[in-house]
Design a protein around this ligand. Sequence first.
Ligand code: SAM
Length: 229
Amino acid sequence: MANERAGRLYVVATPIGNLGDLSPRARAVLSECALVAAEDTRHTGVLLKHFGIATPQLSLHDHNELERTPDLVSRLRQGASIALVSDAGTPAISDPGFDLVRAAAAAGIEVVAIPGPCAAIAALSIGGLPTDRFCFEGFLPARRSARRKRLEAMLHEARTLVFYEAPHRVHETLEDCTKVFGETRGATVVREITKMHETVYRGSLGEHLARAASDPDFSRGEIVLLIAG
Ligand code: SAM
């Protein structure tokens, strides 16, 4: 049964490059909560300062989330509302937050979404590949053999595939994708969404691979890779 005195856990999406994308509701929640649980308090500190928000922060990242979760759930139970944020975009989507959300829900705490930016959804919405069904794969394994294996398991996937990738690994990942899915498979690379150098490259895996080798801008900044099913 829900504890009526308990606070709420707000899962708050933050901008992925343009501060104008912080919603008025996100701003209000960040101001009014007792605590902001942030992936990186210095990073979130810049955001809070920009909006004149003085709510105290506590760090919650991949390396301390399990350890910190019981204390946060106990504070929620005692009536404190907490805003969970990551460095950019929607918490718990290839970012910390899942363990806290699960534990809070299991403890009967109300978990409330304050939706907003998410790089995967933003890329899909402008990528020009089918969006009726898609498959979010997050980051591929960093090791080549594990990455190939993961890609091979998707060979017959009919839905649009969505990957996050680090700029220094884009070239290698495109090599592997081309090997597994073939040069002619349709793909879109979306980089620096909402930032000054936002660019959408549409074409085939073979074309993107050639561009990755010849155009240094292609592998700069943050990237979402979409592959046709
Ligand atoms: N939770 C975040 C979200 O909702 O999008 C994703 C966090 S994940 C650690 C970071 C990855 O998201 C980056 O490596 C990149 O693949 C993608 N990403 C984040 N911001 C982006 C942007 N502005 N443009 C393109 N991709 C972005």
